[in-house]
Design a protein around this ligand. Structure first.
Ligand SMILES: CC(C)(COP(=O)(O)OP(=O)(O)OC[C@H]1O[C@@H](n2cnc3c(N)ncnc32)[C@H](O)[C@@H]1OP(=O)(O)O)[C@@H](O)C(=O)NCCC(=O)NCCS
Length: 339
């Protein structure tokens, strides 16, 4: 088995890598979609804005039997790198994961960064099977659990619309100072600064447990860059926000990503209410708005998925009311350097 840099020019190697990701998803987290090939194509060829990408493969007879992808933010959070390591199920427990991890650590920006992250999913009682290999591997490599997330999903096509309507009716006067704005992709010019300002609060406001993340500052220009990266990944970011009528301030938003493949799922990126506007049930308002926008404009989307930190009871309560059901857990692992 040869460990080397992923070859961007080699289409067959890319196809073999995509096949590996499919095999791993089917084996380790049945029912979850593998990473979207359109997104992977862009990520693996990416140079420049926001993230440094370093990719490595374990090759045997020209076939990709394992891969490691290291993502390192370059605008902020330059102390951390995120590792994604995959080994084909029939090649496991022979040290390939370890070789890939060590090679990737030495040959990426991670080598000079003190905080390394990795993410795994776990089964819940009665839920779909989830392999424990990822967590065991992370622990064997010195990572510890830094944040636990409940993964929930709602079936938009089967949701009880009467419950949704009753929740909306219940919002009543609480939300009368606000109006909904919807968009897909880059926010319209008249709200982009407001969306950037709210986006800047995410790292500070969303519970992150022990995960060592720093705040991210956004202005309109940086937001345009980030949104453009999503477009190039084939991702549609579907968004509903609440605008404060009097000031025009963007007070809350819920944004979900729909990948090109499979296109039947929306993954919540963020639901956030500005601390100055809490207590007006805006979280529920924007979430209902987002569900309606998805049903209306993205009828092919069946499930909306989300991950709520186990230390975030408020968001979990809103999702429970909206009929989200837990289907797995996720763990953000972290290793803080002694290297
Ligand atoms: C995690 C993964 C990459 C490990 O690949 P691998 O080639 O089997 O890893 P290694 O053989 O180098 O294992 C190194 C150590 O990790 C631990 N480990 C790995 N898989 C394990 C398992 N199924 N059960 C218990 N321990 C395990 C062991 O300590 C192992 O050392 P040992 O075999 O000497 O006991 C592979 O299972 C995989 O692709 N999983 C899906 C993707 C994923 O979850 N990645 C991890 C997050 S980035």
């Amino acid at each position: 088995m040869k460990i080397q840099h992923f070859d961007r020019q080699d289409e067959a190697q890319f196809a073999s890598l995509i096949n590996l990701l499919k095999e791993c998803a089917a084996h380790d987290e049945p029912g979850n979609s593998p990473r979207c090939p359109v997104e992977m194509k862009f990520i693996l060829n990416h140079e420049g804005a926001e993230t440094d990408v370093a990719a490595f493969v374990a090759l045997e007879d020209g076939q990709v039997r394992g891969a490691a992808i290291v993502l390192s933010p370059i605008e902020d959070n330059t102390h951390l790198s995120q590792f994604n390591v995959y080994v084909a199920p029939e090649y496991r427990r022979s040290g390939i994961g370890t070789s890939l991890f060590e090679f990737a650590a030495e040959n990426s920006l991670a080598t000079d960064r003190p905080a390394w992250m990795a993410r795994t999913v776990n089964a819940i009682p009665g839920g779909p099977a989830r392999a424990s290999a990822g967590a065991a591997f992370a622990e064997a490599k010195g990572f510890t659990a830094a944040l636990n997330l409940h993964r929930r999903r709602s079936n938009l096509h089967e949701a009880d619309l009467e419950v949704e309507q009753a929740l909306e009716d219940d919002l009543g006067d609480h939300v009368s100072d606000y109006e909904l704005v919807e968009w897909v992709g880059t926010p319209p010019e008249d709200i982009i600064e407001g969306v950037a300002a709210l986006t800047s609060l995410i790292m500070d406001q969303v519970p992150s447990g022990e995960v060592m993340v720093e705040e991210q500052k956004f202005n309109a220009e940086r937001l345009r860059t980030v949104e453009d990266l999503d477009v190039q990944c084939g991702i549609k970011v579907v968004s509903t926000a609440a605008r404060h009528k009097e000031t025009g301030q963007i007070a809350a938003m819920s944004r979900a990503a729909v990948n090109a493949e499979p296109g039947t799922e929306a993954e919540i990126r963020i639901t956030l209410v500005d601390p100055q506007h809490r207590g007006h049930r805006l979280g529920t308002l924007v979430k209902i708005g987002l569900h309606r926008q998805l049903r209306r404009d993205f009828p092919q989307v069946v499930h909306v998925k989300t991950g709520n930190a186990d230390i975030n009871p408020h968001m979990s309560a809103i999702n429970d009311k909206l009929g989200y059901v837990e289907f797995e857990k996720a763990v953000i692992f972290q290793r803080v350097a002694s290297h």
